[in-house]
Write a protein that binds this ligand. Structure first.
Ligand code: TSJ
Length: 283
């Protein structure tokens, strides 16, 4: 803490509220809060896929069990320098709280991430974070410690495009920093059902296992596994499906079974809506 320079202080001040009261931003510093870090980063990659710019996401739980890498094959976080702040868009996303806030024009909560809002929170609560961007033929990288940039952005030539974020939660914030592989795997599997065509690979370096989640039939596949899990016998083979693309996207899958009870799961922009809403009422 005594090694911060004057330049770092603005960053520190910017992210200080997060380190002071992490619970306000991630709900708590227990297991749920710890995993929230993963969801914040992951949801940004999913957003890129939802918007049609990425088709593959990779998640790696590293051998230490407490660090994670999330990567996508999207456009890459912009790295152009903002004339007023003289910082790159990437640095702003990782160091300014609420950059691209929920209520700013053109921003909206999609898969559960908040267009980079979560990235600065994760950064503030990470011992180390490395962001790597490939775009326009270059690879750019910036490192952070407890949210503070360790130098500027640098890099070399690269093919393809995409964003990769490595982070290691700060043990001075979280009593336990080991991630639960099953919790992550389950989340990834649901995401692959909700986002038809998205391929998500989960590599667990602790157990040296690698799984890929991809469901070409999206919700219909999800429904089939839910029906099977509940032991309800279908009364018809194929689910009733409605898929609407365009400005307003809608996906619906229905299956009648011999069971007398009704079971509904709904999501809006990839977020579970456990208490229903107008979308369920409308149905
Ligand atoms: F959370 C995060 F910010 F750290 C993060 C963001 C983590 C990961 C794994 C991926 C991402 C991310 C962000 N993937 N893709 C994007 N895309 C953009 O930020 C992006 C790219 C291009 C343009 C553009 O207008 O050219 C705009 C945006 C917002």
């Amino acid at each position: 803490m005594s090694t911060y320079t004057a330049k770092d202080i603005t960053v520190l001040e910017g992210l200080e509220p997060v380190r002071k009261r992490p619970g306000m931003y991630i709900g708590g510093v227990g297991a749920a809060g710890l995993h929230h870090l993963v969801w914040e980063i992951l949801d940004n990659a999913i957003d890129e896929a939802m918007n049609g710019h990425a088709s593959q996401i990779g998640v790696t739980l590293h051998a230490d069990g407490s660090s994670i890498t999330v990567t996508d094959d999207g456009r890459g976080i912009p790295v152009d320098v903002h004339p007023k702040t003289r910082k790159t868009a990437l640095e702003v996303i990782f160091t300014v709280l609420h950059a691209g806030g929920k209520f700013e024009q053109g921003n909206y909560k999609t898969s559960g991430g908040l267009h980079g809002v979560g990235a600065s929170v994760v950064n503030a609560l990470s011992k180390d974070l490395v962001a790597t961007v490939k775009r326009d033929g270059f690879q750019w990288e910036q490192r952070f410690r407890q949210g503070v940039p360790q130098g500027g952005i640098g890099g070399g030539p690269a093919r393809r495009t995409g964003t990769t974020v490595f982070f290691h939660p700060d043990a001075t914030i979280f009593p336990r920093i080991e991630f639960d592989a099953d919790t992550i795997a389950q989340r990834l599997e649901v995401a692959s059902y909700l986002h038809r065509g998205l391929k998500i690979t989960f590599e667990n370096e602790v157990t040296r296992q690698k799984v890929t989640y991809a469901h070409a039939d999206g919700l219909a596949d999800y429904l089939r596994t839910l029906v099977a899990e509940r032991g309800a016998r279908p009364v018809h083979d194929l689910p009733f499906v409605v898929a609407r693309d365009g400005a307003l996207r809608l996906d619906l899958a229905l299956q009648w079974t011999e069971s007398t009870d009704e079971h509904v799961r709904s999501y809006v922009n990839g977020i579970p809506t456990g208490s229903g809403g107008t979308h369920e009422n409308g149905l």
